[in-house]
Each structure stands twice: as C-alpha cells, then as structure tokens.
Write a protein that binds this ligand. Structure first.
Ligand code: ZN
Length: 126
C-alpha cells in the first residue's frame, strides 16, 4: 500500500492563502451582483418607466435571470471554497473525496477548491 503524500505545511499555507483570496473575490462579486438585482427591483416598482419601454421588458427579465444564474454559480463556488478551507483546517486538504488519493498539485494550483482528483472528476462528468 502506498502512503498518500501529506502536503508540506508551507504548501498548505500557500493553497490556504489562495483559497482565502478566492473567497474574498467571490464575496465581492456576490455583493456587486446582489446590488445590481436590488437596483433592478427598485426600478420595476416605477411603472411609468415601463410604459414607454415595453420592448425592453423581455431583455430586462433575461438580464435578471442571467444575474441570478451568476449569483447561484458564485454561491456554489463560495461553498466549495469554504469546504476546502475547512479541509485545510482539518489537515485533509488535497485529497480526492471519491478515491481518497492525493489530488495533483498542478490541478490544485489551477483549481484550489477541487474536491476530486482529475480521474474521478472526469468520471463523474460522463
Ligand atoms: Zn479520485
């Protein structure tokens, strides 16, 4: 049996730093998109604005749907990042949830919140 390589403390710290940065970025984006939504909700209360712009209503709805899609994607990403940070604290970071093997550092550098190794994540997408 091969022992899973445990990440060096310094490496772990680097990934933790990246995850924290990612978390901040996502929170900022969520805040921004959230404020865009409340803005468009405010303007929808103003009926006079619509009377002359009936044609815009479709695109406005589309835009709002797109924004809420973006928001849910960001929220998902945020919870992934939170999970990864939890794992850092529990010293379990960097291992595949599916097969338990260490996730390659190359993959973690590209996607620090990765929960599965490349083999398992490819398998689940099929
Ligand atoms: Zn795996």
């Amino acid at each position: 049996m091969t022992k899973a390589k445990i990440m060096k403390k310094s490496e772990l710290k680097q990934f933790e730093k990246r995850l924290i940065e990612e978390r901040k970025k996502l929170l900022r984006e969520l805040e921004y998109e959230g404020s865009q939504i409340s803005k468009s909700n405010e303007s929808s209360g103003d009926l006079s604005a619509y009377s002359n712009h009936m044609a815009d209503q479709g695109t406005e709805t589309e835009r709002r749907e797109l924004t809420s899609q973006i928001l849910s994607t960001r929220r998902e990403a945020l919870s992934e990042v939170d999970l990864a940070l939890n794992k850092v604290n529990q010293r379990k970071y960097g291992f595949c949830e599916s097969c338990g093997k260490a996730i390659s550092k190359r993959r973690l550098k590209f996607l620090p919140q990765a929960r599965k190794c490349i083999t398992c994540s490819k398998g689940s997408q099929k």
